[in-house]
Design a protein around this ligand. Sequence first.
Ligand SMILES: [Mg+2]
Length: 154
Amino acid sequence: MNILEKIAQSVTPDMYVHSVADIDFNILKEKNIQGIILDLDNTILPWKDYNVPESSLNWVEKGKKAGMKFFILSNTIHTKRLSHIAQTLGCDYIHPAFKPQPINYLRAARKLNISPKNMACVGDQLFTDIKGGNKAGFFTVLVDQIDTKNLLKI
Ligand SMILES: [Mg+2]
């Protein structure tokens, strides 16, 4: 494998959907996924926003009912906003996340008491969310950015 193929592979998600609401928990369960690490900005809600859209909130609630555990990993520097959203979603978080370093993905998996091979991560950024998840051995899911004003996907 040449260097470009290695880079491409490191940022290639296992699954691609339009938004979190399109992620089917039955499919994740078939892949033995028990826990999900969520990115915040442009994945769960628009950048800088405090209000989690109902579609994201409903999806998380549905997941919890299906036995899925959730955890937030965000590179945001706004701790107050992060803790507010974590409280809204009813899940724990690690701050700062230092994505794409895999260390905090693995810490989150340990906190949930789930093996990395049974973990998924969801995010809108290839070079942070997906790259980190691939390094940590997670099942990686790419979503389209919520905020379409920011069209650059890196
Ligand atoms: Mg994001």
